[in-house]
Design a protein around this ligand. Structure first.
Ligand code: URA
Length: 266
């Protein structure tokens, strides 16, 4: 039997939005706003709201999609909580094996589970969104943020944010192979943008791309005859991986705004 398509959350929220939002204030829906402000991750927030534990402007609100704004007076379990949210970003060193997805059909685990396991209590209340994806076997720098607009910015092909990878490959790429990688080659989903390419060591290729298509590094290197054995991401924008595998650190505001060129909210 065909499954009924699920209404996207943003659409459901937009349909339910009734209250006028004060000028200059960002409208949002309650569960998402609680996750962005670090009060509770979204799924927990939805449950707390349905259980009647959340008040907005003096009355119990049991609709997770109820419209709110940063100045709404919110209480959770009777305690006042602010919906004011700063943009935060975390740099995480992804190990091989785990997936960048909400669940892992193979049971090895997700990056979200690994990240939560190392976060201190003060950072566990946030809903963390992965900024783009890495394949299961890819290691290295993966960013997380509480701000969906940072995800959209950093993953948009319009932003041209450079991503630096080092691949261990089969064979030794020739100057001709490097030239093709630099100038751009045609993959089955179209031509690649010019990239930086160099050989930092035997069987190793460093590639700097300003786009992030599905399996792009692996497909580019396979197209020039050098299939990838291992792949590691070292940098995104001016932010460089500098923590051990499986651990994280919080980015500074300068890294978020200059390093990732994010002009959104502080
Ligand atoms: N390109 C790939 O092929 N895989 C990744 O994980 C990232 C970029």
């Amino acid at each position: 039997m065909a499954r009924k398509p699920r209404t996207p959350r943003w659409l459901e929220a937009a349909r339910r939005r009734q209250q006028p939002v004060p000028e200059g204030s960002r409208a949002d829906w309650l569960a998402r706003a609680l996750g962005r402000a670090g009060v509770m991750p979204r799924a927990e927030a939805e449950q707390a709201i349905r259980e009647g534990r959340v008040e907005v402007d003096g009355r119990v609100e049991q609709d997770p999609f109820a419209s709110v704004h940063a100045g709404s007076a919110v209480r959770v379990d009777g305690q006042p909580r602010t919906l004011e949210a700063r943009t935060l970003a975390l740099l995480f060193h992804k190990p091989a094996g785990v997936v960048v997805a909400g669940s892992d059909p193979e049971g090895i685990g997700t990056v979200f589970e690994r990240l939560r396991a190392v976060l201190p209590p003060r950072l566990r209340g946030y809903e963390w969104y992965a900024v783009g994806r890495l394949d299961r076997d890819t290691t290295g720098l993966l960013l997380f943020t509480n701000e969906e607009r940072l995800v959209a910015h950093a993953t948009s092909p319009e932003t041209h944010l450079p991503k630096r990878y080092v691949a261990e490959v089969e064979g030794e790429p020739s100057e001709d192979a490097l030239r093709k990688l630099r100038e751009g080659l045609v993959l089955d989903d179209g031509p690649t943008r010019p990239a930086e390419a160099r050989l930092p060591g035997p069987h190793r290729v460093e590639l700097v791309l300003t786009e992030g298509r599905h399996h792009q590094v692996k497909r580019m290197l396979a197209a020039v005859g050098h299939p990838v054995r291992t792949l590691h991401r070292e940098a995104v924008g001016n932010v460089t991986l500098d923590v051990p595998e499986g651990s994280y650190r919080v980015l500074t505001d300068a890294e978020v705004h200059q390093g990732l060129e994010f002009r959104g909210p502080g």
